[in-house]
Design a protein around this ligand. Structure first.
Ligand code: ZN
Length: 325
């Protein structure tokens, strides 16, 4: 993993590389930002750079340190992540003890704690003592998408590095070149995941997602065309895909949002379901008020499902409303 392999985050990477160049490395960094947008990749590239024997602003990929890093065998890299959604206190206690041992291979010892918010307060407090007075050769990179779950003193002891969603053009480029999707499909994915590179890649690796999307859209299409039998038949689809309900709700909301846009301004770059523009254009018989009602109704159903009401009944009501409003 090198900085050059990472899509987006140019400013953050440049700032980290400048710090390496000027030898102004903080003892503790806190990488924050939404899930799966590349925080961990940047942390790994940064750690590899700091450990590399060439001491440049990018790993050399040839030295012993880089080779060991790539095979997850570097004695001076400690990578911690939750097990069963928890980073146990024993793990942090062990880490603290191991920090007193000098680095073996490189000049530094790097500790990365991914999803550091999965530490209980007691564990965070134990780590805090080390953050206050770390050995000079230790650098710690904490990663979280839930900064609110950290005790404030962890925040105040760390150099905050905020990650923003990656610009969609970078994600589209990646999906088209590496995952063989069309530009239109890639455009949908990049927006659907709100700029998350990790989530975009995951979706590309799961063809079931595209099947679910196709099924959802064609089902909605039949329903708004008034086929009552379809309502009852469709419920099975929702029951079978209950675990993906958040995703399906988003697909429906994006669909109707696109339909409003299409009616307002025609085919434009703002439309997300560009790969299905023909189908979309065949639904313009719905008037704006009705589309608005449908969106409202989907949002209400989402809330009901989140509150654990009778799932089947909630879906049935939503579909019948979709047909009748
Ligand atoms: Zn190297």
């Amino acid at each position: 993993m090198n900085f050059t392999d990472i899509k987006g985050h140019e400013l953050t990477i440049r700032a980290l590389q400048n710090a390496v160049r000027e030898d102004r490395i903080f003892h503790c960094y806190l990488f924050t930002g939404e899930e799966s947008i590349g925080k961990r990749l940047v942390a790994l590239a940064f750690a590899k750079t700091l450990l590399c024997k060439s001491e440049g602003i990018e790993p050399c990929n040839r030295c012993n340190s880089c080779l060991k890093f790539d095979s997850w065998n570097h004695p001076d890299l400690v990578f911690i992540e939750p097990e069963n959604r928890l980073i146990k206190k024993e793990v942090i206690d062990k880490l603290i003890k191991s920090m007193s041992i000098l680095p073996l291979e490189s000049k530094r010892k790097i500790v990365i704690i991914d999803q550091c918010d999965k530490m209980e307060v007691e564990t965070q407090n134990a780590l805090l003592k080390t953050l206050e007075e770390p050995p000079s050769y230790v650098n710690i990179i904490l990663i979280t998408s839930n900064v609110n779950n950290l005790i404030p003193t962890i925040l105040s002891r760390s150099q905050l590095v905020k990650f923003h969603p990656v610009e969609s053009k970078h994600i589209i480029e990646l999906i088209v070149s590496k995952y063989g999707k069309t530009r239109e499909e890639a455009d949908f994915i990049a927006h659907f995941t709100k700029g998350s590179v990790g989530k975009s890649i995951t979706l590309c690796q799961h063809p079931e997602f595209f099947e679910r999307r196709d099924n959802t859209i064609s089902l909605v299409h039949d329903i708004i065309r008034g086929d009552r039998i379809n309502v009852l038949n469709s419920i099975d689809f929702f029951v079978q895909n209950k675990d993906y309900m958040d995703e399906i709700i988003d697909i429906m909301i994006y669909w109707f949002r696109d339909l409003m846009l299409y009616k307002e301004i025609g085919n434009s770059i703002l439309i997300l379901n560009k790969d299905k523009i023909q189908l979309l254009s065949s639904e313009t018989f719905l008037d704006m008020d009705r589309i608005n009602d449908i969106i409202d109704n989907i949002m209400k159903t989402k809330k009901l499902i989140d509150n654990n009401v009778n799932f089947q009944l909630a879906i049935e009501t939503m579909l019948l409303n979709m047909q009748e409003v």
